[in-house]
Write a protein that binds this ligand. Structure first.
Ligand code: SF4
Length: 333
């Protein structure tokens, strides 16, 4: 069972400046001027969540939306300190937080360890120096690699957040970046297509005609390509696309936003796998898929199943959806 995650958002806090694509205020609907999260707030919120958490389920407290290790050390102690009693009582099992690769070193890692942080998610965004510079990240790929080794040495689980569709990026760079990331062996990856969010640096570039976002189709295809590379190396992709919300939808000026972006990517990958298998079929066979994959097989508005039919690949094939079958598996017999 996936752990219950109790999220605390600290939008832009600890960040040295704004990256060109970022507007956490719009993404999280929390004001970046709100520095008022107190230890009592944290304790109250954790207790509230624990009130309805199923017994026996793992519980994780997460600090997202800023550069946690860029906060003053005293503030980090205050926030992490508020979670310690819950870890002592074993009602919370772990802490995760997100930060920038250039805000990780041995001293920071030792500090986080002392406060029992288990997972650090790095905002990697790109593994190309020109793309990082154009996105005003303020660090290079070498800092990403150094942060990975530092966190690994200290025994953390390491997550990576990757963005596609950034300025100066090409398809070749995206795929090369995915292969490079796979070599760093992250424990989990989140992939986000860059959106033009109102008030962000990309918004200004877009207005001036100097930035063209990815189309939804291209973003889905790129994300699918990255996922195949990572999953092929046994790396978990835990999220594709931003969490949809009414607030976010109001703020998206342009770009490949879709509330079910991850599902579009998964449906595309499954479609390609089924197409490959059926193209070798002798006909008259039965195609078994997991019942939970039925909507992916059909695609939005049945687009995928219709396409397979148009290609003649479903001729003489009977499709079954099996409740006991593992997801993303295809059996043809
Ligand atoms: S991408 Fe990360 S480091 Fe950059 S402004 Fe947003 S939260 Fe801060």
């Amino acid at each position: 069972m996936t752990p219950l995650v109790i999220p605390f958002f600290i939008p832009h806090q600890g960040c040295p400046k704004r990256c060109i694509f970022c507007n956490q205020q719009s993404i999280t609907s929390v004001s970046d001027l709100d520095f008022s999260l107190t230890p009592a707030d944290i304790a109250g919120e954790i207790n509230r969540w624990l009130g309805w958490a199923k017994k026996g389920r793992e519980v994780e407290v997460a600090f997202y939306g800023g550069s946690f290790t860029g906060l003053e050390r005293e503030r980090q102690k205050e926030l992490l300190g508020a979670v310690q009693p819950f870890l002592d009582q074993e009602v919370v099992n772990s802490i995760r937080l997100s930060t920038r690769p250039d805000y990780i070193d041995d001293d920071i890692a030792a500090f986080l360890k002392s406060y029992r942080v288990k997972t650090v998610e790095l905002g990697v965004q790109s593994l190309d120096d020109r793309v990082l510079a154009a996105s005003r990240r303020g660090h290079t790929v070498s800092r990403v690699i150094a942060a990975f080794s530092c966190l690994r040495r200290a025994g953390f689980a390491v997550g990576a957040q990757l963005m596609i569709g950034l300025p100066k990026e090409t398809t070749v760079k995206v795929m090369a970046g995915a292969r490079r990331l796979a070599e760093l062996r992250p424990d989990l990856v989140r992939i986000y297509p860059a959106l033009v969010i109102a008030g962000s640096g990309l918004d200004r570039l877009y207005e001036q005609g100097e930035y063209k976002p990815l189309s939804l189709n291209k973003a889905v295809a790129l994300c699918g390509g990255i996922k195949k590379i990572l999953v092929g190396k046994g790396i978990r992709v835990v999220r594709m696309g931003l969490q949809p919300s009414a607030g976010l939808e109001k703020e998206v000026v342009a770009g490949p936003y879709h509330p079910a972006f991850g599902e579009l990517v998964s449906a595309r990958i499954l479609f390609q796998q089924i197409r490959r298998r059926l193209s070798r079929s002798r006909g008259g066979e039965k195609l078994y898929l997991a019942a939970a994959d039925e909507s992916l097989f059909r695609g939005r508005g049945n687009v995928n199943s219709k396409r397979l039919a148009e290609l003649g690949l479903l001729d003489g094939i009977t499709v079954y959806f099996n409740r006991k079958q593992v997801r993303n598996t295809i059996v043809l017999k």
